[in-house]
Design a protein around this ligand. Sequence first.
Ligand code: GLC
Length: 420
Amino acid sequence: MNKFIKDAQKILTGNRKRGYTLPTNNKLYPAQWNWDSAFIALGYSYFNLNFALKEIKTLLDGQWKDGMVPHILFHNTDTNYYPNHTAWNCGNKIRSSGITQPPILASILKQIIDKNKITKKQKLEIKKIIIKIKKSHEWFIQYRDPNKTGLVSILHPWESGYDNSSLWDEPMNKVIIEKNIQYKRADNKVINPEHRPLNIDYDRYVTIKNDLRKKKYDPKKIFRTGLFNVIDIGFNSIFLKANKDLIILLNKFNLNSSKIKNYVKITERNILKFFDKKKGTFFSFDLRNKKKILVPSITNYLILFADINNRKINNVLIKNLKKHNLKEKYFFSSIKPNHKSFEEKRYWRGPVWINCNWFIYKGLKNKDGKYSKKIKQSTIKLVEKKGFHEYYSCKNGKPMGANNFSWSAALYLDLKLSNY
Ligand code: GLC
């Protein structure tokens, strides 16, 4: 077996706890994270299908009664992480955060089912999983899009998964930091602070969190009165694709898909309103302050993953994507390098992230085979050369953040072993 495949498997099993897997083996993220777990499950599916299903099942064990799947589950409450379970003060069966993360689970599960032989017992488990995923999608539709526009909101930058992206600079600047705010960050003790979000960002993250907590995470109330309410195009692209995949899963298991089907129709129609013809890219929208967000983030291209049925727009997007970091050595900087907010080393403000490359590679497979292959090969090369890190410089591949990073290992396995 290829050495790197073995290493990737070792990272995943090394980070595995009881039924779930940490994002990394250092002290940076000592809990179960939502979209990390989905990517991790895909990685396991290449060598241990039961681990894959267990990872998903454990994540869904933390689902709230209303349907939300939290962004963090604190299985081990004895940690130094901030904000920890006491700072959030919520959870259903498992202590958790009070916000969610990109709903990638349905798409991951569909991919796992498509390429594996499933036993009868596993089929029963999968059916239960699908019912829970459906409930979580219905939660998004009900509470994050109360006006049925076809697009859902995020109410905290952490919900996007790209925490300190410059996409959030304007809406975050409007958030007035709580008076005498008190908390102790732990992340910048573990990782070089120059590669992490700024203190002022954290002040605002905590302010928003405290506001949500004060409102008891009441989903109707926080949508109306939240300090941050953004329609993010990357997030909605993931949700659109996940809804399409969920419909296939529901049909396969003889479950009703009419509500989701109807929602997909509305999304497909209305998402096109977020296309800027002049710039040739999609934009996000700050719903709280009624303002377009035109930051050139790589996540605006996740719309390719959603497979919208519009060849003309897809072609324009691909043309612009090819210019996103033309001069840099590695695909894809999280923010376009010539933008004023670009920072080579600071987390989601410039570095390359393996999951973003993976989304775009998947999205391009049926649209520009040659280019998607190029992205895949460049991503594989980056990981093999620099290791399984959290993020990398687009200029020279310098690895940064956590080492032994689970989703980099998991998605490496998918890139390397999916037969394409
Ligand atoms: C950071 C990332 C987020 C990820 C988490 C755990 O918060 O921004 O996307 O899920 O770390 O890896």
